[in-house]
Design a protein around this ligand. Structure first.
Ligand code: AMP
Length: 188
């Protein structure tokens, strides 16, 4: 099972990803976590990503896709096809690349793309409480703009394939989790 989690920054993707990977026995691949790991280790990829991340802008597709391709090559994923992608793909080019990568490694295809739908007011409120370095007002604005411009078309991409599971992201973590599980069951 390959599941994608989509949502604006602050929509609760990270929290829900952890619950879902436990419940469904999936490997969690978060592009944001992978970038932060590179940053922390001071790798060349981390250095390259830093300025984009600080500004709240998307890291260029070829860099992001290369990083995901490396992750998919690792033995916990390769050929197994049980993954939850969190924060990737964020552009249609990344979504196309993901389809190609999954078929290359014999991991099947994307089963469902879950979109956690929250209002802009909720997003701003949730991000204000996180205290991450890219959660300052300018970077937040840039990230929301990137979501609208680059990631909303990804939602349309999966909707057109009949794979989109859109859930209301307002309410408690438990409420949203139940909605997602219900949506995934209904689309199986
Ligand atoms: P996140 O933790 O998912 O909010 O990601 C933090 C930052 O990492 C983003 O603001 C981007 O700068 C970068 N990033 C994460 N995932 C991607 C992606 N799929 N494509 C481009 N940049 C990304």
């Amino acid at each position: 099972m390959i599941v994608i989690l989509l949502g604006a920054p602050g929509s609760g993707k990270g929290t829900q990803s952890e619950r879902l990977t436990d419940a469904l026995d999936l490997v969690h691949i978060s592009s944001g976590d992978l970038f932060r790991d590179h940053l922390g280790r001071g790798t060349p990829l981390g250095e390259l990503a830093r300025s984009y991340m600080d500004a709240g802008a998307l890291v260029p597709d070829e860099v992001t896709i290369g990083m995901i391709a490396d992750r998919l090559d690792q033995p916990d994923v390769h050929g197994k096809g049980r993954v939850l992608f969190d924060g990737f793909p964020r552009t249609v080019a990344q979504a196309d690349a993901l389809d190609a990568l999954l078929s290359e490694i014999g991991a099947g295809s994307v089963g469902a793309a879950v979109f956690i739908d929250v209002s802009e007011a909720t997003v701003v409120e949730r991000m204000a409480g996180r205290g991450r370095s890219d959660d300052n007002p300018d970077a937040i604005r840039t990230r929301l703009a990137a979501f609208r411009r680059d990631t909303e078309p990804v939602i349309a991409f999966y909707r057109a394939q009949g794979k989109l599971v859109a859930v209301d992201g307002e309410g408690t973590v438990d409420d949203v989790f139940e909605r997602i599980m219900g949506g995934l069951l209904a689309c199986e």
